[in-house]
Each structure stands twice: as C-alpha cells, then as structure tokens.
Design a protein around this ligand. Structure first.
Ligand code: C2E
Ligand code: CA
Ligand code: CA
Length: 424
C-alpha cells in the first residue's frame, strides 16, 4: 500500500508553502484529485489490485505536474499536490484538465483495461485564502462541487463555500430541532395493487425550521449523517412510529410501517439493540416493522451488509431494498442478501408510461424480484395509467401521490377511513 500522508501532515506542507510565498509575486496552487466509483472495482478486482492501481496515480500526476513539490495520497481516494511559484494562474484549469485525463487510465490489469473516474480541483494562494486550513477547505469544497455538478475539474469560487456555510447553518438549527423536538413524522400509505387495500405506510421526516422554512429531508438527512445526528433522528422516528401506530383508533391489527435507515445508522453497532428495545417498549410485533435500506449502501459493502441484515432479520423485522435499479450492475449480490421487498426507484416509475426503456426496467425488476421471492413496491405512482400498468406487470404494492402524499398521523387515520369506505 502506498504511504498515506494524513491530512494534518499535508496541511503542514501547505503551511510551509505559505511561509515561502509570503510577500512574493508568485502564487502557489493546492491541487486535489478525487477518484470515484471504486467499490465496483474492489469487488471485481480485489482490494489489493485496486490499491496497487491507486499507487500508480502519484507517478501519473508527477508526469503532468513536473514543478509540483509535494504529491501525496491524503485519503483513501484523494490525492493532493502543491505547485509552487505559479505566475500564470489562468493556466491552472488547463493543468487540472490534463491531470484529470491522465489519472483515469486506462490501466492494464491482467487481461483487461481499467478506466477510473476522476475529478480535480484547486485553490490558489493568496487569491482564495492566505492560510493553510482555509486553502485546503476551499480546495476540498471545489472538489465537492465537481461531484455535485458532474464536472471533470473546477477552480475554487466563492459559491463553493456558500454551500458549506449553509450546511453549517442547517446543522446548528437541526441540533436545536432535535433538542426541542420540533421535527415531525409524516406517513405515506402503501396500497396492495390487487385489491387496493391499505397494506402499510412509510414514515418520512418533516422539519419546519423557523429561519429556513420547510427543509427537505433530501437536504437535512445528509447534514445529519455528516454531523453525527442521524442516529438520534432515526431512533426518534422509530419510537414515534411505534408509539403512534399502536394507537390507531378502532383497529385490532396494527398497520405495518417502514422506517428509512441511512448508511451510517445501518453500520451503528447499537441499531439492533435500539430496535429490539423499541419493539419491546411498545409491544410491537417485529413483522410490522420494515427497514428501508438503499441499494447503493448494499452495493458498496455487500459483505458487511449481509451480516448486519441477517442479525436484523433474526429479530423478525422486514428488510426492503430502497431506490432499487439505480445501481443495476449489482444484481448478483442480491441472491444472498436477506431481504423481503424491493422498492423500484421512483425515477423509473414516474416515467414508465412515457418511456419504453423505463417500463422495460420496471418489468425486469418485478420479474427478477419475484424469482427471488421478494415482494415489489413501486414508489412515485402519480396516476391511474401507471397504477394499471404496474398491476398488469405483476407489481405487488404501490405508493405515491396518486393515493396520498405523506401526512401527519391524525390525517393518515382520517384518510384511511375514507379510503376504506371508497374501496369496500
Ligand atoms: P425515499 O426513501 O426514496 O422516500 C420517498 C420520497 O418520495 C419521499 O420524499 C416521498 O415524499 C416522495 N414521493 C412519494 N410519492 C411520490 C410521488 O408520487 N411522486 C414524487 N415525485 N415523489 C413522491 P421525501 O419525504 O422528500 O424524502 C426524501 C428522502 O429523504 C427519502 O427518499 C429518504 O431517502 C430521506 N428520508 C426521509 N425521511 C427519512 C428518515 O426518517 N430517515 C432517513 N434516513 N432518511 C429519510
Ligand atoms: Ca424510503
Ligand atoms: Ca426511494
């Protein structure tokens, strides 16, 4: 394995460059290379081969950056360089493009050529920051922008860090929301397509922040994950759902409920314990609880997931694979994954009546799931034609705006009474 210089040691190198360039005419450049999508190669080629391949990257960077005085691996998939004495900062983009092209490969590995996906980014001293920590953070936020905007390379601009500050602001308010319990849990019903009866619901978090207004979970869940708040949030969702659904008025049997479990929570050693405790406290039969786990998590870490999912299944809870279809290359893993349901990603479902290829993918997933004895849920059902098409394809369960948006518990109860009245 190539030596990994840690982030702190690289910061020290930047610090030295700051001292050397202080008061000088010339600038220096902090350049980062990020490699993406390695998990597929880890599975296909093995970690050792992938690591050996990553070990070749500093050499390729050196060929394109002969002036660089420090080229290092500073993370699992991140490489960094410092280019001193730069006068023509307008040429930095050109250097970024050349490095990005060079580190992609192709690498010949045994019988085959391997191509990597790489992004490059840079921050320039003193134009973007006058000290080492800010320079590195700015280069990192520029690298983040390349991923978010699917760009090959990008030189830092102020809007890159605006995003970062916004995240910090959201993090602060989210902490307060957790403490003051101002989050809400909404429920979206799931419908059995065969008889249109209600067969469960999915719990989805809602947050009205006094300053930011309603913040989408697509924004605050990633922030919660990055700042160690997601465990608390998931536990809260679990407790709230178990408590509320137990109190469904006038119903003998409880309604099954699905909770979303994000990657960090899934790998949290306390998860099994807190689910077990919640089921015990609320006297909830385990088969009424489904955990939704996204396909991408399972794909990135199939071995670990298999073990964790197996211990969750031992509790008797159900597992559903969420957003299915977005990582299609991974079907082989599913033959050994202990799951009960596949949830087709809503991007395919919402387009299926217009797009032949989306409808073929939906049909393919349904057939495949049934072969593995999995039930299929289609999310994002927005109209009757989609529902009818799904029924004709043999899909089991539908969820979407056509029936109902997610709503607070009280409204869900009223909606269920009305729906049952309509269908019976
Ligand atoms: P998801 O798990 O894929 O949830 C489904 C999303 O699709 C929800 O968005 C839901 O409101 C939306 N949706 C449902 N039916 C339709 C439809 O017919 N058309 C369209 N266009 N959209 C529909 P929402 O509530 O904004 O949640 C977004 C994501 O945030 C969720 O995606 C999930 O990944 C995450 N999330 C939400 N609540 C939680 C939570 O409690 N824990 C965790 N870890 N993640 C959560
Ligand atoms: Ca979900
Ligand atoms: Ca989904």
């Amino acid at each position: 394995m190539s030596a990994i210089l840690n982030r702190q040691a690289f910061l020290d190198r930047i610090e030295t460059s700051v001292e050397e360039h202080a008061g000088a005419q010339a600038s220096f450049v902090v350049l980062l290379v990020g490699i993406r999508g390695l998990h597929n190669f880890n599975v296909q080629l093995g970690y050792q081969t992938v690591d050996e391949l990553l070990g070749r990257i500093p050499g390729l960077m050196r060929q394109k950056l002969p002036k660089a005085n420090c080229i290092e691996r500073i993370g699992d998939t991140c490489f960094a360089a410092i280019i001193p004495n730069v006068f023509a900062t307008n040429l930095v983009e050109l250097a970024l493009e050349r490095v990005a092209n060079a580190v992609c490969g192709p690498f010949d590995i045994g019988e085959r050529d391997v191509l990597l996906k790489a992004n490059t980014a840079a921050a320039i001293y003193p134009a973007h920051a006058g000290n080492a920590p800010d320079l590195l953070v700015r280069a990192e936020s520029a690298l983040h922008t390349t991923r978010k905007q699917a760009r090959k390379y990008h030189v830092y601009t102020a809007s890159d860090t605006e995003h970062l500050y916004k995240q910090l602001e959201i993090e602060q308010s989210l902490r307060t929301a957790v403490q003051e319990r101002t989050l809400e849990l909404y429920y979206q019903p799931k419908i059995a397509i065969a008889d249109r009866s209600i067969c469960g619901c999915e719990a989805l978090m809602r947050w009205d922040d006094p300053v930011h207004g309603r913040v989408s979970p697509e924004h605050f869940i990633p922030v919660a994950e990055q700042h160690g708040l997601i465990g608390t949030l998931t536990n809260w969702a679990l407790q709230t759902a178990a408590r509320e659904l137990r109190n469904l008025p006038g119903r003998e049997s409880h309604l099954p409920v699905a909770i979303n479990v994000s990657p960090t929570t899934l790998f949290d050693p306390d998860l099994v314990f807190s689910i077990k405790t919640t089921l015990g406290i609320w006297n909830m039969p385990p088969q009424l609880l489904t955990l939704e786990i996204t396909e991408s998590v399972i794909m990135e870490n199939p071995e670990n997931c298999r073990a964790i999912l197996a211990s969750l299944k031992d509790l008797g809870v159900r597992i559903s694979i969420d957003d299915f279809g977005t990582g299609f290359s991974s079907l082989a893993y599913f033959k050994n994954i202990p799951a009960d349901k596949l949830k087709i990603d809503r991007s395919f479902v919402t387009r299926m009546t217009q797009s032949r290829s989306d409808s073929s993918i939906v049909q393919l997933i349904i057939d495949l799931a049934h072969r593995f004895d999995l039930k299929v849920v289609a999310e994002g059902v927005e109209d009757e034609p989609t529902l009818l098409a799904l029924g004709a394809m043999g899909c089991d369960i539908a969820q979407g705006y056509y029936f109902s948006r997610a709503q607070p518990f009280g409204q869900l109860c009223a909606w269920m009474d009305q729906h049952q009245g309509n269908t019976s």
